[in-house]
Design a protein around this ligand. Structure first.
Ligand SMILES: NC(=O)c1ccc[n+]([C@@H]2O[C@H](COP(=O)([O-])OP(=O)(O)OC[C@H]3O[C@@H](n4cnc5c(N)ncnc54)[C@H](OP(=O)(O)O)[C@@H]3O)[C@@H](O)[C@H]2O)c1
Length: 261
C-alpha cells in the first residue's frame, strides 16, 4: 500500500509531545513535511531536531497557544509561507481537567470549550482556503469518551462528542472539495496525559499509580496500553492517499477497551 505522503504538508496542532508528536514522526518517516506546534519554544526546537534526524521530510515549528485565535492564524500562515500549502490538518489539544459535574466552574467549562472544540473550528476555518486548493485531509484527535463517557472526565465526555457532530457535518460540506475529515479516538495510549490521569486516580483512591495502571490494563482486552507509534500508524493511514473513501468516520484505537457497539 502506497501512502503517497512524500512532499505533502501537514500542520499538526499541539504536537510538541505525545500523540501529536508521534503523528509528526510517522509522517516525516513517510517523507511528508510537517509543522509542529505548542506553547514552549525550547521544547519545540528540540523536537524539530529529533524530526530532522529522521532524514526524510522537513520539519519546522511555530509557537502557538491554540486558545488564542491570533496564534492559530499565525500558525496557518507560517505553514503556508514555509511549504506553499496545507494538505493535511491534524487537530489536537491538551486534555481538559478531570472533575465531576459538581466540582467544575463556569470558567473551566468555558476554557475546555475553547481548548477542545472551538480551537478545532477556528483552525479548520483558517486552513480551509488552502485545503480547498488541492483537496486534502482533516484528522481530529478526540477520545474514547466519544463512545462511552469516562467517569470523572465530564469535560471530555461533553466536548469530544461535539467534535463528532462537527466532523460528520463537515464530511458532507467539504466532500465537493475532496476534503476528507475523520476523527481518531484514543483509549489509553502511554503518554504524559495518561500518566497524569492515572496519578489523579491513584491520589483519589489513596493507592500507588502502579496499581491504577494494573486495574486499567485489566479492563483492556489486549491487556496493555497502546504506544504512541501504534496510534500514529492509524493516523497516517487516515491522512494518506491510501484513504480515499473514509470521511465522517470515527475510529477507536483502544485495544478493545470500549465495550459499546
Ligand atoms: N493518550 C491517550 O491515551 C488519550 C486518551 C484519550 C484522549 N486523549 C486526548 O488526546 C489529546 C492528546 O493527548 P496526549 O496524550 O498526546 O497529551 P499530552 O502528552 O499531554 O500532550 C498534549 C500536547 O498538547 C499541547 N498543548 C496543551 N495545551 C495547549 C495549548 N493551549 N496550545 C497549544 N498546545 C497545547 C502540549 O504542549 P505544550 O504544553 O508545550 O503547549 C502537548 O504537546 C489530549 O486532548 C488528550 O486528552 C489522549
Amino acid at each position: 500500500m502506497d501512502l503517497n505522503l512524500s512532499g505533502k504538508t501537514a500542520l499538526i496542532l499541539a504536537s510538541s509531545q505525545g500523540l501529536g508528536f508521534a503523528i509528526a514522526e510517522q509522517l516525516v518517516r513517510e517523507g511528508a513535511n510537517v509543522v509542529i506546534s505548542g506553547r514552549e519554544e525550547e521544547k519545540l526546537k528540540a523536537k524539530c531536531k529529533q524530526l530532522a534526524a529522521i532524514g526524510k521530510g522537513k520539519a519546522v515549528y511555530q509557537k502557538a497557544d491554540i486558545m488564542k485565535p491570533a496564534d492559530i492564524k499565525q500558525l496557518v500562515s507560517h505553514a503556508v509561507e514555509t511549504f506553499g500549502t496545507i494538505d493535511m490538518l491534524v487537530n489536537n489539544a491538551g486534555g481538559p481537567p478531570a472533575g465531576s459535574f459538581e466540582e467544575l466552574t463556569d470558567e473551566e467549562w468555558q476554557a475546555s470549550f475553547e481548548l477542545n472544540l472551538l480551537s478545532y473550528v477556528r483552525t479548520i476555518r483558517a486552513a480551509l482556503p488552502y485545503l480547498k486548493q488541492q483537496g486534502g485531509k482533516i484528522l481530529n484527535i478526540a477520545s474514547s469518551s466519544i463512545k462511552e463517557p469516562i467517569p470523572g472526565l465530564i469535560l471530555s465526555n461533553t466536548f469530544r462528542t461535539g467534535i463528532i457532530g462537527l466532523s460528520k457535518t463537515l464530511a458532507s460540506e467539504l466532500a465537493p472539495y475532496n476534503i476528507l475529515i475523520n476523527t481518531i479516538a484514543p483509549g489509553r495510549i502511554g503518554t504524559d496525559r495518561v500518566k497524569h490521569l492515572d496519578q489523579v486516580n491513584a491520589d483519589k483512591q489513596g493507592i500507588d499509580i502502579k496499581m491504577v495502571e494494573e486495574q486499567m490494563k485489566a479492563q483492556i482486552p489486549l491487556k496493555r496500553y497502546g504506544t504512541p507509534e501504534e496510534f500514529a500508524n492509524v493516523a497516517a493511514f487516515l491522512l494518506s492517499d491510501a484513504n480515499s473513501y473514509m470521511t465522517g468516520s470515527a475510529l477507536l484505537v483502544d485495544g478493545g477497551m470500549v465495550k459499546a457497539i
